[in-house]
Design a protein around this ligand. Structure first.
Ligand SMILES: NC(=O)C1=CN([C@@H]2O[C@H](COP(=O)(O)OP(=O)(O)OC[C@H]3O[C@@H](n4cnc5c(N)ncnc54)[C@H](OP(=O)(O)O)[C@@H]3O)[C@@H](O)[C@H]2O)[C@@H](O)CC1
Ligand SMILES: Nc1ncnc2c1ncn2[C@@H]1O[C@H](COP(=O)(O)OP(=O)(O)O)[C@@H](O)[C@H]1O
Ligand SMILES: [K+]
Length: 528
């Protein structure tokens, strides 16, 4: 599903009217009607006598709110409109809808100064629902003065609140709220989701997100060639590697997972097992000789391979040739889990990467090794998927994690293009940036996944998908979605605090089943 900026949405609205002759007031009417339908669902279709407060700004977002007011009034709800503007300040479609509402006997309460706040505050005590139609995509910067006071007052009332198009106070393009922002129970956004609704903190202000069709022609949307996408189950389902009835494990590829060090055997065990869980046919974990026995004990389905090590037990440069030899018989390399930052190991990584022909997922300490010489990335290299968390990304580009978090999408896109890699920037709402400019936002996952080893599992899942022949960019996006979905399933059963990275492995099957069921794969089971 495309994600748009405020400007792109405005362009769609304008072109819908200018090129496709859809009058803007029809778009506004459709928007309002979609919100009313959503409210009816919220009230299980019992709208009569419900006390609904609608807070309207002076722009078209307010206009939407007035359409909602009119229809709820018509359907027997008890409606109060609080207008954060003088009626004469409203223009165009918003003004028209104000006048229609008034002609129907709808009541308008001015909300222009401190003196008016009290009346709204009292009304909030008895409200069954608040409709936030103060600001939409026209909002910039921070809510201040009276709007800020109104937003704060609404949040303090803790009533069910539906946001029209965007929670007021949120910047559509960044998902940032520099001032007070409506904490919505749910948000009905129009035509396409805005980026700010699906990245933090915007996603938290948004609550449950509904995307409503308001009649923007699909042909117009497709003609815009947007390059930012929200990952959806449908997108993932259509890209799941297929398992033919005649399949055999050679078909599903062989992952070589290189990592591990004394005290860091769990990471490589998690990554290797995760690759099998993702459906790879075979996985070999290549680790320093000294911990090889431990890996044999820790894993069953994973094959292992002892590699030359330093006296301290870390992978040494002598491991280069055995890795390249092994890799020649494998389909993909997963490099980094539990590798450690031992100087010899860092040297090994820097020698290995430029020699790679097979696609590789580069994570964790392999990224930290790369950070000492990103020149490798700007030179010639095979297909790479980098999976840094914000701290590792900061080291790679010589900045701070906080700085990375301020500009997640821009930074991921910049370096995916500069280094010609798939750049998966982890964290809440992981971003998967492709070198051609396409970027995907992953909506699944939760803070329960902020636990040691969770990233190692993701590395394994992505490598497992690449082994099955998925393009690296698709494998990374699909991996992020399923990894987060497994985290969500795990949270549902275990809560967030007790969640372990290993639990993600146990909940992956459920996630595949959910996707496959909807993909109609079970139908084929009936025939087998
Ligand atoms: N055909 C269409 O276009 C359709 C549009 N639709 C709806 O229109 C919405 C976009 O409407 P919009 O562009 O009128 O702006 P909107 O979000 O209502 O803001 C109102 C005013 O707020 C002001 N303002 C801005 N920042 C501020 C701040 N920090 N603090 C205080 N004030 C601030 C700013 O006033 P200004 O600064 O320009 O004087 C702005 O004019 C969109 O989200 C959707 O709901 C749908 O009906 C579908 C069809
Ligand atoms: N608050 C959060 N919401 C959603 N996902 C999260 C959150 N915190 C962490 N994650 C996910 O958990 C994983 C953490 O990976 P990482 O930091 O590399 O862990 P480790 O290095 O311990 O393996 C990433 O996939 C990240 O997207
Ligand atoms: K709003």
């Amino acid at each position: 599903m495309y994600l748009v900026t405020a400007a792109e949405m405005g362009q769609l609205d304008r072109l819908a009217s200018s090129e496709y002759l859809v009058p803007s007031i029809v778009l506004m009417e459709n928007a309002g009607l979609r919100v009313v339908e959503s409210i009816r669902r919220h009230f299980q279709d019992r709208v009569k006598n419900r006390r609904v407060l609608i807070f309207c700004g002076k722009g078209n977002n307010g206009g939407d709110g007035l359409v909602v007011a009119r229809h709820l009034l018509n359907q027997g709800a008890e409606v109060k409109v609080f207008l954060l503007a003088r009626p004469e300040d409203l223009r165009g479609d918003a003004r028209t809808n104000l006048e229609i509402y008034q002609k129907m006997g709808g009541r308008i309460f001015p909300l222009l100064g401190e003196s008016h706040l009290q009346r709204a505050d009292i009304a909030l005590l008895y409200a069954d629902l608040v409709v936030d139609a103060i600001f939409g995509t026209g909002f910039k910067g921070a809510a201040m003065g009276l709007p800020a006071a109104v937003i704060t007052m609404i949040n303090k009332a803790h009533r069910d609140t539906v946001a029209v198009d965007l929670p007021s106070g949120l910047e559509a393009d960044t998902g940032r709220a520099f001032g007070p922002c409506i904490q919505a129970t749910w948000t009905v956004t129009f035509a396409l989701p805005k980026l700010g609704l699906v990245v933090e903190p915007g996603a938290s202000y948004t609550g449950r997100l509904e995307v409503a069709d308001i009649g923007i022609p699909q042909k117009l949307i497709d003609s815009q060639r947007f390059n930012l996408h929200l990952l959806t189950p449908a997108w993932c389902r259509s890209r799941l590697p297929k398992r033919e009835a005649s399949g055999h494990k050679g078909l599903y590829g062989h992952v070589l997972a290189v990592g591990g060090a004394p005290g860091l055997t769990g990471a490589i065990a998690l990554a290797a097992t995760a690759a099998l869980r993702a459906g790879a046919g075979l996985v070999t974990a290549a680790v320093p000789r000294g911990v090889h026995g431990i890996l044999e004990m820790k894993t069953t389905e994973v094959m292992t391979c002892p590699l030359p090590e330093t006296p301290g037990g870390y992978l040494s440069r002598e491991a280069l040739d055995p890795i390249l030899e092994r890799l020649a018989a494998c389909d993909v390399l997963a490099l980094g889990p539990g590798l450690s930052r031992d100087p010899a190991t860092v040297e090994l990584v820097k020698e290995l990467l430029p020699r790679l022909k097979a696609p590789a997922v580069v994570d964790a300490d392999a990224l930290n090794a790369l950070a000492t010489d990103t020149g490798i990335l700007t030179g010639n290299h095979g297909p790479l998927v980098l999976t840094p968390h914000p701290g590792e990304m900061a080291r790679l580009v010589g900045t701070t994690a906080a700085r990375v978090q301020e500009d997640r999408l821009e930074i991921a896109r910049k370096y995916a293009r500069e280094w010609q890699v798939i750049l998966l920037l982890k964290g809440a709402r992981t971003i998967i940036a492709w070198p051609d400019g396409q970027a995907y936002i992953n909506p699944t996952g939760n803070p329960g996944m902020a636990t040691a080893g969770s990233g190692d599992v993701l590395t394994g899942i992505i490598a497992g998908f690449m082994a099955q022949g998925l393009e690296p960019g698709v494998a990374a996006a699909l991996g992020a979605f399923l990894h987060g979905a497994a985290g969500d399933e795990a949270r549902a059963s275990l809560g967030q605090h007790a969640l372990l990275a290993g639990d993600l492995l146990n909940f992956l099957p459920a996630v595949f089943r959910n996707l496959e069921v909807e993909a109609g794969v079970t139908a084929s089971l009936g025939r087998d």
